[in-house]
Design a protein around this ligand. Structure first.
Ligand code: F6P
Length: 565
């Protein structure tokens, strides 16, 4: 099957992807090696090697990636790099960048890297260079965003646009929403960009209730233009708009679409000259770099959007050309595999010490969990090893007062990623230093922990009575040895943000490559969608439902009884 669908993937690549990662020699070696490492404490590793930080940190421009606080030795990394080579990672990276159809189930290339290919190097899909199309849409985005920002684009009564409402969901929402929030300091206060995603009417109602039709523009963003949530919200938005407007022609000045589906866009009533195209080789969760990023361009300007692309492109080049040993996304991915498959870690925490990155964990949740939440390999065989972790997180320091307790003293191993900028966009005295000291201290606390002896000594110094010392010192013991990576950079510019997102995208790629899964389809979201159609039909009928299991029938029938009250 892999051979058939991946007809333009070379033979070497195909052969390699047939082998299960657990059968690779390096996997066996790592299993043995884990026994050795499990006994070691990072405190001791740091004491034994004063150069550990220098050894296990990398820089890409001003972005520092410190991975020294991990449960690894030189041998661990050697074995992990062996695993990557044996799993065919270098060939798989080359195949993606070449435009091979590595999304085998959907027979599609995976080319978000083309969207930010600032070098303009030709990238072929079915023999055609995709770059002219990419550049054409970028130009279209520039005209549009410039026109909105310069107030040349006028609403139906001749007023400039003051509010842009982006309607989309999943990949057509999370990326642009996260980026617009992250780059708030680069946005214009007089031009507001809002996001509506949930089919829950509260989402749309809360956004439009204070808006003026004359100065509001909607971007309807959907790759398929069939997604229930987006289409329901778009129809209600159009209804709201038309309720105050007589002339149907006015729609052209207030609705634009971003989609791969021109037919559906036209059927919805949006003129295709107001449509921004993208392509089936752009996965939803990788689409913020395409015209799905239109609200970003509107919010920060097209030059800012291009800087975002440039940051990601820099990482693409780093990922494509750096040796595995100096390749940041490769190391991120392999460390994740190390904890996931050899230490039984089930989760990965994303901890930006930056309020503007409040939505980063949400975005990475989709990027990672929709990509690598798979249980069959690319040959359709059921897996007997763990794949993608549960991604969660929150902006620091809020998380410290919520879930860090479990990370420090709970029974689960939670690898953590910290991200922080050396410079804030603001100048309130004392805040940024407090924020950054918390970030750095957390990585130290997680690594070092506190021994029972240390806890006891502290309690004694505080004068705690002898009879309470044992119990209290146990409760105050921190095992430490908890792994973390840290990204530290100058400031959160569009370019840096682009780079950070791209690091994570490629980290997901690396893990999917090792686990031999297709990181680029999302069949797991279909069943719920399918059943929701039947449930909706049953819900609308005026009789009791008995066609499902007793719980589903019970929920439906109780809902009906509540609704009629
Ligand atoms: O959640 C499933 C999904 O297909 C995502 O992959 C996608 O990003 C989202 O729905 C939205 O899809 P569309 O852009 O087609 O509306």
């Amino acid at each position: 099957m892999a051979g058939e669908a991946g007809h333009n993937i070379n033979g070497e690549y195909r052969n390699q992807i047939m082998v299960r990662c657990t059968q690779l020699p390096a996997w066996q070696v790592l299993q043995e090696h884990q026994w050795e490492i499990a006994r070691l404490h990072m405190r001791d590793l740091f004491s034994a090697d004063p150069k550990r930080f220098e050894r296990y940190s990398l820089r890409l421009d001003d972005i520092l990636f410190d991975y020294s606080k991990n449960r690894i030795t030189h041998s661990t990394l050697e074995h992990l790099f062996d695993l990557a080579r044996q799993a065919g990672l270098p060939e798989k990276i080359a195949a993606m960048f070449r435009g091979d159809k590595i999304n085998l189930t959907e027979n599609r290339a995976v080319l978000h890297i083309a969207l930010r290919n600032c070098s303009n190097r030709p990238i072929l899909v079915d023999g055609t260079d995709v770059m002219p199309g990419v550049n054409r849409v970028l130009t279209q985005m520039r005209y549009f965003s410039d026109a909105i920002r310069s107030q040349e684009w006028l609403g139906y009564t001749g007023k400039p646009i003051a509010n842009v409402v982006h309607i989309g969901i999943g990949g057509s929402d999370l990326g642009p929403k996260m980026v617009v929030k992250a780059l708030t300091p680069y946005c214009r206060p007089e031009l507001k960009v809002h996001f509506v995603s949930n089919v829950d009417e509260a989402d749309l109602v809360e956004v439009i209730k204070n808006l003026d039709r004359e100065t509001t523009l909607f971007i309807v963003a959907s790759k398929t233009f069939t997604t229930q949530e987006t289409m329901t919200n778009a129809l209600s938005a159009r209804e709201w708009f038309m309720a105050g407007v007589k002339d149907k022609e006015a729609i052209a000045k207030h609705f634009v679409a971003v989609s791969t589906n021109a037919e559906k866009v036209e059927a919805f009533g949006i003129d295709t000259k107001n449509m921004f195209e993208f392509w089936d080789w752009v996965g939803g969760r990788y689409s913020l770099w395409s015209a799905i990023g239109l609200p970003i361009a509107v919010a920060i300007g097209m030059d800012g959007f291009k800087e975002l692309l440039a940051g990601a492109h820099k990482v693409d080049e780093h990922f494509r050309t750096s040796p595995l040993e100096r390749n940041i996304p490769v190391i991120m991915g392999l460390l994740g595999v190390w904890y996931n498959n050899f230490f039984g870690a089930q989760t990965q925490a994303i901890l930006p010490y930056d309020q503007y990155l409040d939505f980063l964990a949400d975005h990475l949740q989709q990027a990672d969990m929709e990509s690598n939440g798979k249980s069959v390999d690319i040959d359709g065989k059921r897996l007997d090893y763990d794949t993608g972790p549960v991604i969660f997180g929150q902006a620091g320091t809020n998380g410290q007062h919520a879930f860090y307790q479990l990370i420090h003293q709970g029974s689960k191993l939670v690898p953590c990623d910290f991200l922080a900028a050396a410079h804030s966009h603001h100048k309130l005295a004392g805040h940024h230093e407090a924020l950054l000291s918390n970030f750095i201290a957390q990585t130290e606390a997680l690594m070092r922990g506190k021994t029972t002896e240390e806890a006891k000594a502290e309690l004694m110094a505080e004068g705690v009575p002898e009879d309470r010392l044992d119990k209290l010192s146990m409760a105050k013991t921190f095992p430490g040895n908890k792994p973390s990576n840290s990204f530290l950079y100058h400031s959160l510019t569009p370019e840096t943000l682009g780079a950070l997102i791209a690091f994570y995208e490629h980290k997901v790629f690396v893990q999917g490559a090792i686990w031999n899964i297709n990181s680029f389809d999302q069949m797991g979201v279909e069943l719920g969608k399918q059943l929701a159609k039947t449930v909706l039909k049953d819900m609308m009928e005026d009789k009791l439902v008995d066609s499902h299991d007793s719980s589903t029938n019970g929920l439906l029938n109780y809902y009906k009884s509540l609704r009629s009250r």
